[in-house]
Write a protein that binds this ligand. Structure first.
Ligand SMILES: C[S@@+](CC[C@H](N)C(=O)[O-])C[C@H]1O[C@@H](n2cnc3c(N)ncnc32)[C@H](O)[C@@H]1O
Length: 233
């Protein structure tokens, strides 16, 4: 199984606070409108079949469903999925949540999705390239795949680990393991090896003075990447 039990446990222990915008999940709540609009601008979501890999409590999944997509969210965290299901019941926003590995879902539902998203998840798995391959298998020819993760360099260590976990205390200590961060060139290689085309990168920055996140062209810490499965000849 391509999963680290300790990583899953970390998110499980906090799962009941997933939808509390002042909790450890505050950064996900704050970046969500930015990533949602970025995705929706590249792949208008209304009417699309979407799968969200590593969906957690469903912050992105629900927001994509609100845009009119039919969304499936998958994760290996049982508690997070329970929270996601409960929240969907409360909000009335329908999402199909499933406890299943991305690789297994890819074997069951290959080429079924117009859009595949996998945000803030690759840096928590032992074999991120296998998740990228699963995403490539799930998307239809011509469909879109979006990833976000953390770059690996001294600046990202300083900002994403020391800054976010120890100085600003935005995230619990130990949330991120620097060794698992992925450079844009490594991720590009995973994407191309999986048969997808890289469409573009976007950086995401945080200003600790204004406490505001924004999208920019600086991919040195947090970044997103858009990819596409070529139309078959
Ligand atoms: C930082 S959270 C991101 C949640 C969501 N993608 C978002 O951005 O709002 C990471 C998620 O990845 C999930 N995860 C970690 N390892 C996984 C694996 N091997 N397969 C599926 N999900 C995994 C965790 O359970 C958690 O829900």
């Amino acid at each position: 199984m391509n999963a680290d039990p300790l990583e899953l446990q970390k998110f499980s222990e906090l799962a009941h606070r997933w939808w509390d915008p002042t909790s450890e999940f505050r950064p996900l709540h704050e970046i969500n409108p930015l990533r949602l609009e970025w995705i929706n601008a590249r792949a208008p979501l209304a009417g699309k079949q979407v799968i969200d890999i590593g969906c957690g409590g469903g912050i992105l999944s629900e927001s994509m469903a609100r845009k009119g997509a039919t969304v499936t969210g998958i994760d290996l965290g049982e508690k997070a999925l329970k929270v996601a299901d409960l929240h969907s019941l409360e909000s009335g926003v329908q999402v199909r949540y499933k406890l299943i590995a991305a690789e297994e879902m890819a074997a069951q539902e290959a080429s079924q999705y117009d859009v595949v998203t996998c945000m803030e998840m690759l840096e928590h798995v032992p074999d991120p390239a296998a998740i990228v391959r699963a995403a490539a298998a799930l998307v239809k020819p011509g469909g879109h795949v979006f990833f976000s993760t953390l770059n690996r360099n001294p600046k990202s260590y300083l900002f994403a680990v020391i800054g976010a976990e120890y100085i600003l205390r935005m995230l619990p200590k130990g949330t991120h393991d620097y060794e698992k961060f992925i450079t844009p060139s490594e991720l590009s290689q995973f994407i191309r090896s999986a048969g997808l085309e890289v469409q573009g990168f976007k950086g995401m920055g945080y200003n600790p003075l204004t406490k505001i996140y924004s999208l920019n062209d600086d991919t040195s810490v947090n970044y997103l990447v858009a990819a596409r499965r070529p139309l078959e000849a």
